[in-house]
Design a protein around this ligand. Sequence first.
Ligand code: ADP
Ligand code: MG
Length: 345
Amino acid sequence: MIHVEHLTKRFGAFTALDDVSLAVPDGRLVALLGPSGSGKTTLLRILAGLDHPDAGSVHLDGLDATAVKTRDRRVGFVFQHYALFRHMSVAENVAFGLNVRKGPGKPAKAEIARRVGTLLDLVQLGGLAGRYPSQLSGGQRQRVALARALAVEPRLLLLDEPFGALDAQVRKDLRRWLRQLHDEMGLTSVFVTHDQEEALELADEVVVMSKGRIEQIGSPAEIYDNPATPFVFQFLGNANRLEASIAGGVARVGHWRVAAPGIPDGPGVAFIRPHEIDVDLADPVAAIRHQVVLGPVVRLDLALADGTAVEAAIDRETHARLALRPGQPVGLTARRIRIFAENEV
Ligand code: ADP
Ligand code: MG
């Protein structure tokens, strides 16, 4: 179990982490999700003991982690850029953390060889033990990096955008495979990514970060369905952002009226996901400006009567049935509209 409490980290006058608190129970895979510069790597480095906070605490299994040296924390670390030792074979890379041990904690040579063999089988590189990093693909190198991190039997596995430099298909495959490995080995893992799809697919729990602060913590479904802040709504997928005006608990958004209980009278902001807009031919309120086929859906770039741009995504069948074409006037039904007060934005 990791307990992070009220962590603050400054670089000069700049606050990279601002009062961050977080708990990661054993066996969990937690994703730190946020744009570049939001403090994800800084948090991970402090968890690893590679950096020290200005305030706050980290406890690993109840022990104050700042009192434990990085080497003794039993933390495995995988970085975005493989960071393998170029002059060492795959097997030597994986054995590294065991070979550098000293004293009674160091396993015998035969035991190290046995463990390396098991790990290479686990990451499906059994046949490549004698190769050098330059003779591997990017995906294979990251699997070696992972085997190296696992060799020391970490109680905590930290991964910093480990698949960020790989192409889309390899990234997807490795993501599923990592999830399986995490479950089979009973690991506790913290995975950093700026890719919302990766976080939603991989993690038990997602921690959304912005500007050194935690915006929301929740399961993938919770943060997608109930974003706590406008930032989370926009970061977790495409969103139309429209002006709203609120009076007596009702928001007016274009031609729509939406219940906005508890939101004070005045200007507000409405968010609508493109795939939560239905298009029809009755009561036109918008015109199609442009349409693009994206695999199973068609994206429509629409203009409301006052010129406001709105994006809708509908399935190919509906698009064909309605015989939609650019210039056509259409009716719009929003299945879900989320209203925030202006001062929340
Ligand atoms: P992320 O991993 O989310 O992209 P980082 O944790 O790497 O973000 O960085 C957060 C912010 O802290 C960035 O604005 C970055 O420039 C700054 N920062 C990180 N490390 C240092 C450092 N060693 N010195 C100065 N500024 C740093
Ligand atoms: Mg980073």
